[in-house]
Structures are given as structure tokens and as C-alpha cells.
Design a protein around this ligand. Structure first.
Ligand SMILES: [Zn+2]
Length: 325
């Protein structure tokens, strides 16, 4: 369970076992610290919250019930037996003083009769001194305390800390599962496929993008310009509309690339009504996609945004709408 990178569905299936392993405080080797490692935006913190709820839930048959006072307090971050460590406001690291305060609180009598849980959601942000303080607690574990730790970057952790934890490495989500998740969160199907493609298997990042008003504006700009082109005569207006978007150039090209990738993977009924694009053969879509890749390289080598944007408009007019150029 320690070396491989678990895909999310496998972890979900393992969840009941994890809960049981963490609940067993009297066996020969109780778990004192679980460390979830994996890219940001895949749901590690949500998993930690679910584990904390399961461990503190007072429902006797179904844990976590999500409804008892304990479950709700965990969700609100106010359960007396749940301690959490994050950077203080305006600080980028987790320093020794707040760490000591949490560890000192562990030596006090617990407020509620149950396990005590310490969560550290971005452990890579801990200073070495703070990590060493936690290490002491991990080396001389209290039988009724469990550390639930997550990190995007395990190399930022002291090897001695890592070696004291049960380590689980998590893989990004498959694209289709990311898309299904987004649809379940109310994102339209076509868009969900695009955000899933763009997010590299990080559904929570995809959701953030999908629900961010600024990226939605950029998607509409793409619809009006590169995707909305009909004839060569539309190019000057589209060019003018893209002119002011230099600051978002990189994101715009990423979004356009994702749109085209999704179109390539779909059949005509799924594409919907996008004149030119809905009937263009995959070969032509791929050529445009290559031009988008090229455009990103041009941008990186300081070719002007307007030049890059216009070049793409001309290629799209030629490849998708068969305009003579
Ligand atoms: Zn509950």
C-alpha cells in the first residue's frame, strides 16, 4: 500500500479499510500518522476530512453519517478533538510557535471522549524546526492521537518524518472521471470535458476554473473569435476582440487547445452546432491543434500576442472554413 500511486477509485474502495486501520488503537501496531501524497486539486484534504469524520462520528452504525453533531463540527472545523495546522494569516510557512501550541494542546486532557486528530493539510509548508517538533510526537506516539497529513511535495518533508508515517501516493484522476465529477457539480457536459482535459486529472482545480467568472469570460471570448469565425471577412473584428487579452494569452491558448482536443475526441452529434468545426475532419482539427501548440511556443519566445492571435485566425479560416488565404 505504500510505494504505488493509487488511482482515486481504488482509494475510495480502500476508504473503509483505512477507517478500520485508524480506528484500531489496541492492535499490535496502531496507525499514528497517515500521509497522503499527490498533486494538488485531487481531493486529499477532502479525504482527510472524511477520515476525521469517520473517526469522530458518534453514529453507531454508519460512519461518517455526516449528520451527527460530531460530523458537523468536523466539517465546520470546530470539533474539540480536531486540531489543524496551517500557515497563519500573511505567512507562507507553518512555523514552530503555532506548531508547539497544537502539540502542547495534545498533552492536555481531551475535551471530548474520543480519538484526537491532528490534520496538517500542506505539510510541505512546515519549516524544518516545526517538522522536527512534529517528529517528536511521531516518535513517541500517544495511543489516542492520529495525525492525518497531506502534501503535494513529499521531498519537502524530512525523511525521518516520512518514515514515521503510513504513506499513500495518489495518482491524478482519469479524465472521464474528472468530467463526471464536474457534471455532478452542475457543469454542462461539453464544458466539463474541456475542463477535465485542461486540469490534468485534478478535478478540484477543474471545478475552480469552471466556476471562475474570469475563465468563463475567456471561454466566451474564444467562442466569439477563433471558434466563432465564419469567413475571412470576420478576421479583423476577431483580431480586434483578442487585442486586449495579452495578459491572459497563455490561458487563452490552453483553453483553445482543450476545446479542440475535446472536439477531436467527439463524434458529430456530441460536438453540437459550431459552424465549420462540427463538420471538419479530425485531420484538419489536428492541424489547427498543432498551430495552437506552435502559437504557445511563439508566445514563449516573445513573438507579439497580436501576431500570434492573428496567425491562428488565418489558419482556422483556412483549415476549418476552407477560406482562400
Ligand atoms: Zn456522524
Amino acid at each position: 500500500m505504500t510505494g504505488e500511486r493509487l488511482p482515486w477509485d481504488k482509494l475510495s474502495a480502500l476508504y473503509p479499510q483505512l477507517v478500520r486501520a485508524l480506528q484500531d488503537r489496541t492492535g499490535p501496531s496502531p496507525w499514528h500518522a497517515l500521509l497522503l501524497v499527490g498533486p494538488g486539486g485531487i481531493g486529499k484534504r477532502r479525504m482527510v476530512e472524511l477520515l476525521a469524520q469517520a473517526l469522530l462520528c458518534t453514529n453507531s452504525t454508519h460512519k461518517p453519517c455526516g449528520e451527527c453533531t460530531a460530523c458537523q463540527r468536523v466539517a465546520d472545523g470546530i470539533h474539540g478533538n480536531l486540531l489543524s495546522l496551517a500557515p497563519l494569516p500573511r505567512e507562507k510557512t507553518i512555523k514552530i510557535d503555532p506548531t508547539r501550541r497544537v502539540l502542547d494542546a495534545l498533552s492536555l486532557h481531551p475535551l471530548e471522549q474520543s480519538l484526537r486528530i491532528v490534520t496538517i493539510p500542506q505539510m510541505e509548508l512546515m519549516t524544518e524546526q516545526a517538522q522536527n517538533a512534529v517528529l517528536k510526537s511521531l516518535e513517541e506516539p500517544d495511543p489516542n492521537t492520529v495525525f492525518l497529513l497531506t502534501t503535494d511535495n513529499e521531498r519537502a518533508l524530512l525523511p525521518t518524518v516520512r518514515s514515521r508515517c503510513r504513506l499513500m501516493r495518489l495518482a491524478p484522476w482519469p479524465q472521464d472521471e474528472t468530467a463526471s465529477y464536474l457534471v455532478s457539480e452542475g457543469v454542462p457536459t461539453q464544458e466539463a470535458a474541456e475542463w477535465a482535459r485542461l486540469s490534468d486529472g485534478r478535478p478540484l482545480d477543474a471545478q475552480r476554473l469552471a466556476q471562475d467568472p474570469h475563465t468563463r469570460d475567456l471561454m466566451q471570448l474564444i467562442d466569439r473569435t477563433w471558434m466563432g469565425l465564419r469567413t475571412r471577412e470576420d478576421i479583423p473584428a476577431a483580431s480586434a476582440a483578442l487585442k486586449g487579452s495579452k495578459e491572459d494569452a497563455d490561458l487563452l491558448l490552453h483553453l483553445l487547445e482543450a476545446r479542440i482536443s475535446v472536439l477531436i475526441g467527439q463524434n458529430i452529434e456530441q460536438v453540437g452546432d459550431i459552424p465549420g468545426w462540427d463538420t471538419a475532419p479530425a485531420l484538419r482539427l489536428r492541424r489547427v491543434q498543432e498551430k495552437v501548440f506552435e502559437a504557445r511556443q511563439y508566445l514563449a519566445s516573445n513573438v507579439s500576442w497580436q501576431g500570434v492571435a492573428d496567425r491562428l485566425l488565418i489558419h482556422i479560416a483556412k483549415e476549418i472554413h476552407q477560406c482562400p488565404v
